[in-house]
Write a new protein. Structure first.
Length: 339
């Protein structure tokens, strides 16, 4: 295989992010087609990557039949992830699927099973695991720099509301899935242990008009978790977060503390008498994790070319889905949920 040929499944925000990475940062990969149920979006993204309109599809079967490719990158709404994974696997295509992996645990099992049966790769989009700061924090923790981890607190505050499809919790599993799947994964990955008990509270404070149509919608939540190795996990979720994009982790250990992530966009500070000292903050997930998306997508291509298992698998995706479902159940019942 000279270059890994890719069909982008989804031409929205995340589709463009991955498309840009493949087009401009990964010489071993080539985007050959774009599929989205919205023809204008499919055509626009295809055109951005110098593909003519015959490479833009609104039907996935047509995309498979008409243009040869090796892998798909799924960035469509969460409730579609299983469907496209199963079709792709049945056609021997490798699958990169954005988080959240899917809606139910049965979906997760079917996706894992389909890819295993077809002997194709399934990688889930937890790009924080490819970020230098997160990787360094994990390494220091593993080397015992702060002793045994006691509490891992993960802040996940998204800058803007996701697409309208995500307002309905049945289609998305809510903000804890859409924004905080990353936090659930980071805590489990850093602690090297699975979730045992989860308690969560949530409310809709800033979007009453959305609440009228979608009564289960929430825009801020807190999760308290105990993992099997007795590490405590704390997730703090706000979306939309008015001041920007805030993704930081704090690991308190028996001998010290590790801080991962940053809120200041760069080192410039402007000081004036009237405004005080001002430094621009991080506003965008696309920019904050730009390098991590490149490393994540490069890893997917390397796994295909070298026939390797990705470092983020369907099993990891399933653990995050399981934790999110438990957190949503806890919100509904008002009590802790055992996993
Ligand atoms: N890893 C990350 O940091 C990250 C960031 C953003 C989004 N995401 C994930 O990517 C996925 C998409 O999010 P987004 O923000 O790009 O959404 P979006 O709404 O911007 O884009 C979704 C696209 O899917 C298309 N679509 C809708 N229904 C479809 C269907 N049934 N079949 C095919 N196409 C369909 C829409 O036309 C749209 O172009 C979600 O799972 C989200 O959680 C991950």
């Amino acid at each position: 295989m000279e270059k890994v040929k890719i069909c982008l499944v989804g031409a929205g925000r995340a589709g463009e992010v991955h498309g840009d990475v493949y087009k401009f940062s990964i010489p071993d990969a080539e985007i050959v087609s774009v599929f989205d149920t919205d023809l204008t979006k499919a055509k626009n993204l295809a055109s951005k990557f110098n593909l003519d309109k015959t490479r833009a599809f609104t039907n996935f079967d047509d995309a498979i039949k008409n243009v040869d490719f090796d892998a798909i990158v799924i960035t469509t709404p969460t409730f579609t992830h299983r469907q496209y994974t199963e079709i792709a696997a049945a056609n021997k295509k490798h699958v990169f699927c954005e988080k959240p992996m899917c809606i139910t645990l049965e979906d997760c099992d079917k996706m894992i099973e389909a890819c295993k049966k077809a002997n194709v790769i399934l990688q889930i989009g937890f790009m924080r695991r490819f970020d230098d700061g997160f990787k360094n924090g994990k390494q220091l923790l593993m080397e015992g720099e702060i002793g045994q981890p006691l509490i891992i607190k993960s802040v996940g505050r998204g800058p803007g509301l996701p697409g309208k499809w995500a307002y309905d919790i049945k289609n998305s599993n809510g903000t804890l899935a859409e924004v905080n799947s990353h936090d659930f994964d980071s805590i489990r990955w850093l602690a090297e242990s699975d979730y045992k008990v989860i308690y969560s509270v949530a409310k809709n404070s800033k979007n009453p008009e959305i609440g009228k149509e979608y009564p289960d919608f929430y825009d801020n939540a807190t999760v308290l978790a105990t993992l099997n190795n007795e590490v405590f996990g704390v997730i703090d979720s706000v979306c939309p977060c008015d001041y920007g994009y805030d993704a930081r982790v704090e690991i308190v250990g028996t001998k010290g503390v590790i801080f991962i992530g940053y809120l200041k966009e760069h080192t410039t500070i402007t000081c004036t008498r009237n405004k005080g000292c001002v430094s621009p903050q991080v506003l965008s997930w696309k920019k904050r994790f730009h390098e991590a998306y490149i490393a994540e997508d490069r890893h997917f291509i390397e796994c295909i070319l070298d026939n390797k298992t990705p470092i983020v698998t369907g099993k990891d995706g399933k653990h995050a889905v399981k934790a999110v479902i438990a957190a949503n159940e806890s919100i509904k019942k008002g009590m802790p949920v055992n996993l």
